[in-house]
Design a protein around this ligand. Structure first.
Ligand SMILES: C[S@@+](CC[C@H](N)C(=O)[O-])C[C@H]1O[C@@H](n2cnc3c(N)ncnc32)[C@H](O)[C@@H]1O
Length: 463
C-alpha cells in the first residue's frame, strides 16, 4: 500500500485513520527515508480509538522519528486517541470558518468495518457532513476524501462491497466524483476476518487522487492475498471500469482475459429486463415476520413456501422431507399479499455459500410440477416475473440457463465481490433478446444440466 503513492512530496502531511499500532504509516515513512526523492518534512496524524493500542502507536511513531532523523527529514506526529468520525466531522463541516484548515496531502488507511445503525449518533454525525452511508469503512473513506487537499492521494484497503449495489450508491457516486481512481488491487480474503456470517468478503486496495482529471486508464491488479503471492497487473480503460453511462456507477474489476471476454460478450447483448417485459423482485415472505403462518408440511389451507433449500438442479423440488425450513405458509387474507399466483418463475438465490462454485444460482419454479394456485417465495430468493405473473416455460428455461452460464458468473464477479446477489445487480445486466432466450429454452430440458454442457449450449445459441 505504501508503495502505491505517486507524488514526490517536499512536505508530507499524512493522515492514518484507525491507525492501530501505526503499521501503515510506518511502512510509508520507512520507504520515504530510503527514497531518492526524500521529503524535507513529514507530519503524521494518527487517529486510533482503542486506548490499549496507543502505547504501541506512540512507539511506532517514535521509531519513525528516529529513522527520519537519520535520513535528515524533519518529523512530527500527532496521536488522537478519539473516534475518527467525531473528530473529523467538525473539521469537514466547519472547514470554511476554521482559521487553519487541516490539510492532508496523503492518507493511508485500513478502516474498521462495521454496520452503522440508521438511528445511531455516528450516522447522524456523518449525515451532518453530507455523508450518507450504512458502513463505518465508507464513512471513514468519505471523510478522508473531504479532508484531503487538492491532488491529495488516498490509499485504502476496504471490503469490495462498495463497488456495486444500492446501499453504497451515495458513497460510490460521491467518491468517484471527488476522487480520480488510479489503481485497484483485488484479493480474496479467505479468512473473511470481518464477517460474522461466514460469507465471502473480498477486499480491495484503492489508490485515488483528489480532484484530478479522470485518467485514460486504471491499473487493475490482483493477487491471492497469501504472503509472497504473485501479482498480476493490467491497464484497463477508465470507462471500462466505471461507465459514464451507468447511473449506478458500478466499479468493474476485470482481472484477466476471461473477464475481458465475458465483459465483451455481455456488452454485445442488447436487451434490458424491461425490454423483455420482465421484472425481478425479492421474495416477499420474510419468515421471521410471518412465523405464525408457517407450517412444516403442507396442509389443506396452505401454499408452498419456497426457500433456496428447495433448489434441486434446474427445478424446484417441493415439498422437502426433513427440511429444516418450513415447506408451507397458510394461505388466507392476511398472507395473500405475500403470495404470487401459480406459474413458471425463475428463482435466483440471494446468498450463496463460499463453497458454491457459482454466485448466480438460478432454478425454475414450475406450477405444472407443483400443483397449487398460489406460492410464497421466501426473502432469501429473487424471482423473475412478468408483472406479477409467471413466464412461458421456454423463456424461463432460456433465462435460467443464461443466468447459470459461466459467462454471466465471470462477468457478475467483476462488479460484485461478495456472495449477496441483489435484485438491482440482476436488473443491471444486459440480456439476450426474448426470441434468443426462447430459442435457447427450447433446446434445454433442464437448466440444471452439467456446467460444461450448459455453457456449450449457451455459447452456441447466444454468443
Ligand atoms: C482494521 S484495523 C487497522 C489497523 C491498522 N491501520 C493496520 O492496518 O494495521 C482498524 C482500526 O481502527 C480502529 N477503530 C475502530 N473504530 C474507530 C473509530 N471510530 N475511530 C478511530 N479508530 C477506530 C480499531 O481499533 C482498529 O485499530
Amino acid at each position: 500500500m505504501a508503495s502505491l503513492f505517486e507524488a514526490r512530496w517536499q512536505e508530507l502531511d499524512l493522515l492514518d485513520a484507525g491507525a492501530g499500532d501505526g503499521a501503515l504509516s510506518a511502512a510509508l515513512v520507512r520507504g520515504l527515508c530510503v527514497s531518492r526523492h526524500k521529503p524535507t518534512r513529514i507530519s503524521v496524524t494518527a487517529c486510533e480509538l482503542d486506548e490499549t493500542l496507543i502505547e504501541s502507536l506512540h512507539a511506532t511513531l517514535h521509531g519513525c522519528q528516529q529513522q527520519c532523523e537519520r535520513a535528515g527529514i524533519q518529523f512530527s506526529a500527532t496521536v488522537l486517541n478519539e473516534d475518527f468520525i467525531a473528530a473529523a466531522v467538525p473539521m469537514v463541516r466547519d472547514e470554511l470558518f476554521m482559521s487553519r484548515k487541516p490539510r492532508f496531502n496523503a492518507a493511508i488507511v485500513n478502516p474498521p468495518y462495521r454496520k452503522i445503525r440508521s438511528d445511531s449518533s455516528t450516522r447522524l454525525l456523518l449525515r451532518s457532513a453530507g455523508i450518507e452511508t450504512g458502513n463505518l469503512y465508507a464513512g471513514f473513506v468519505a471523510l478522508i476524501a473531504k479532508l484531503l487537499a487538492e491532488r491529495g492521494e488516498l490509499v485504502a484497503i476496504t471490503p469490495r462491497s462498495f463497488c456495486n449495489g444500492p446501499y453504497f450508491k451515495p458513497f460510490r457516486t460521491d467518491f468517484l466524483e471527488t476522487m480520480s481512481l488510479r489503481r485497484l488491487h483485488v484479493f480474496e480474503s479467505r479468512s473473511a476476518a470481518f464477517s460474522r456470517d461466514d460469507v465471502l468478503q473480498e477486499n480491495i486496495i484503492v489508490h485515488a487522487v483528489k480532484s484530478a482529471p479522470k485518467p485514460e486508464h486504471v491499473i487493475i491488479s490482483s493477487s491471492s492475498g497469501a504472503s509472497g503471492s504473485s501479482v498480476t497487473e493490467r491497464e484497463v480503460a477508465y470507462r471500462e471500469v466505471v461507465s459514464p453511462e451507468d447511473a449506478d456507477q458500478f466499479i468493474h474489476l476485470a482481472e484477466g482475459d476471461a473477464q475481458d471476454s465475458a465483459r465483451a460478450i455481455m456488452g454485445r447483448l442488447s436487451a434490458s429486463l424491461p425490454e423483455l417485459g420482465l421484472f425481478v423482485s425479492t421474495g416477499r415472505v420474510v419468515d421471521f415476520r410471518a412465523k405464525e403462518f408457517l407450517r412444516q408440511q403442507p396442509e389443506r389451507d396452505t401454499a408452498p413456501l419456497i426457500y433456496p433449500c428447495h433448489f434441486n438442479g434446474g427445478f424446484v423440488h417441493w415439498p422437502k422431507e426433513k427440511a429444516r425450513k418450513p415447506n408451507a405458509i397458510v394461505s388466507n387474507e392476511q398472507t395473500r399479499e405475500l403470495l404470487v399466483p401459480a406459474g413458471v418463475y425463475v428463482l435466483v438465490k440471494r446468498f450463496t455459500s463460499k463453497e458454491e462454485r457459482k454466485r448466480i444460482v438460478a432454478c425454475i419454479y414450475d406450477s405444472h410440477r407443483i400443483h397449487a394456485p398460489l406460492v410464497g417465495f421466501e426473502n432469501h430468493l429473487n424471482y423473475f416475473h412478468v408483472n406479477g405473473q409467471g413466464l412461458t416455460m421456454n423463456l424461463a428455461k432460456g433465462l435460467a440457463a443464461f443466468l447459470n452460464s459461466s459467462v454471466v458468473d465471470v462477468y457478475f464477479r467483476q462488479f460484485n465481490g461478495h456472495t449477496q446477489v441483489n435484485a438491482t445487480d440482476l436488473r443491471s445486466l444486459n440480456f439476450p433478446t426474448k426470441a434468443e432466450l426462447e430459442k435457447l429454452g427450447r433446446r434445454i430440458a433442464n437448466p440444471g444440466i452439467p456446467q460444461e454442457e450448459l455453457d456449450a449450449l449457451v455459447e452456441e445459441e447466444l454468443f
